[in-house]
Design a protein around this ligand. Structure first.
Ligand code: URA
Ligand code: CA
Length: 434
């Protein structure tokens, strides 16, 4: 087999075989296929597309390029949840103890944040003592005994994807659905989940900006799941404005705890109940989404979800008292209010700008090497549809390093659109693909 012939074939719009795709992925991973040939193939895929079957072959080949986690030591149907990334997206922190509390084993691998979206590990590490350094045995033991465990995603999960993503990033071939879908699914499959619930974010703060694109991506990933025998469900949810109120690591942990207490923001709570219901059904713990939702709601009301969170924290080396005393979380040096410059209704909050502002305050990484301040970030006081008076606070900023504070204040003011007429209430969930 020759890479030249494979590039030529895809350039002419033909369908690649399983053997050809495996040849490409193994050769690229071990360095036999040079970047310039792989770049040409990515561009041909970008222009010509791939069938559902080609995409599934690509996914499995990338999943097989490194470690494949064996979760068979964990009893029950292992369900993983993945978000395509949003601003202030605290759902994993809530869902992990919530679905574990009703008997779904949660074996989660997470990553760190980059750019305007945060990472689950960074958030959890704001809890004093929290450690993601578990051996595979400890990981399985914790899931079996208390229902949930979380570890860092090892560098050896889907190395082909890591290398390919870096190449796509510099050759204008990131935003094409077969490559995005296979990239995301290869990591989930290598991480060992039996079933996968995807939260595909849509809107300006999301990776996928349009509703059509988001549905297409959801469909492509569900098709991969079907092709490779892992039940996959995708929920398309809004990322026009940030989710919940808090954006920043310790601030989002606090928001997750409030939500587990039943006192969280309405949108975050609702999204967690919807995603959680599909996880519970996929695990076979409820017969349908309505019964699953009932179980989850009861767990929240009766405090079981919060209790599971306390036990999860203890098992990962953290102080469970954090669940009852927010003062134990890192606190920013000071808070600054952002006043509205006029009265009216909030009609839009540009999510990506809000995420970028949190990053500029030090909550996120501008580059992989950036140091982050776990205490800083922002808490929205007003969301889309809310009435605001001139001078009333739109956002509370939690500030450490003040070097970019003035820029943040200016950008955040511009990120809020305020008009005289109330807008229609934004949609939270646009649909589900199964
Ligand atoms: N996220 C991924 O993991 N891969 C992509 O290609 C795009 C977004
Ligand atoms: Ca939030």
């Amino acid at each position: 087999m020759r890479m030249y012939d494979i590039i030529h074939k895809k350039r002419d719009g033909e369908v690649l075989t399983k053997e050809e795709i495996e040849f490409v992925i193994t050769g690229f991973t071990d360095g036999r296929i040079p970047d310039y040939q792989m770049s040409a193939l990515c561009m041909a895929i970008f222009l010509r597309g791939m069938t559902a079957q080609e995409t599934a072959h690509m996914t499995l080949a990338m999943a097989a390029s490194g470690d494949q986690i064996d979760l068979s030591a964990i009893k029950g149907v292992k369900v993983d949840k993945h978000s395509t990334g949003g601003v202030g997206d605290t759902t994993t922190l809530v869902l992990l103890p919530l679905v574990a509390s009703v008997g779904v084993p949660v074996a989660k691998m997470s990553g760190r944040g980059l750019g305007h979206t945060g990472g689950t590990i960074d958030k959890l590490e704001s809890i004093p003592g929290f450690s993601i350094e578990l051996t595979t045995e400890q990981f399985a033991h914790n899931v079996n005994t208390l229902g949930a465990a979380l570890m860092g995603q090892s560098g050896s999960i889907a190395p082909a994807d890591k290398k390919l993503y870096a190449l796509r990033d510099v050759t204008a071939t990131v935003d094409t659905i077969p490559l995005i879908a296979s990239s995301i699914m290869s990591k989930k499959i290598a991480a060992g989940a039996n079933a996968i619930v995807l939260d595909v974010k849509t809107g300006e703060g999301a990776f996928m900006k349009t509703l059509d694109g988001s549905f297409d991506l959801a469909q492509a990933m569900v098709e991969i799941g079907d092709e490779v025998g892992r039940q996959t469900i995708a929920v398309i949810s809004d990322m026009e404005q940030p989710l919940g109120y808090a954006v920043g690591n310790a601030l989002e942990v606090q928001e997750a705890i409030d939500t587990l207490r039943g006192q969280g923001p309405a949108d975050l709570t609702e999204l967690c109940l919807v995603l959680g219901s599909y996880m519970v059904v996929a695990a076979g713990v409820a017969k349908d989404a309505a019964e699953a939702r009932q179980k989850l709601t009861e767990s929240l009301e009766q405090g079981h979800a919060l209790d599971t969170f306390r036990r999860f924290l203890k098992a990962q080396g953290a102080d469970p008292a954090v669940a009852d005393d927010p003062k134990l979380l890192p606190q920013a040096q000071k808070t600054v209010e952002l006043p509205a410059d006029r009265a009216g209704y909030v009609t839009r909050i540009h999510a990506e700008e809000v995420g970028t502002c949190a990053m500029l305050l030090g909550a996120g990484r501008e580059t992989k090497e950036s140091e982050i301040d776990l205490a800083v970030g922002l808490v929205l006081r007003k969301k889309v549809g809310d009435r605001v008076e001139a001078g009333e606070s739109l956002v509370t900023l939690h500030v450490g390093d003040e070097s970019r504070l003035a820029e943040v204040q200016q950008r955040l003011t511009a990120a809020y659109e305020i008009a005289e007429k109330a807008p229609v209430q934004p949609t939270l969930i646009y649909g589900v693909v199964t």
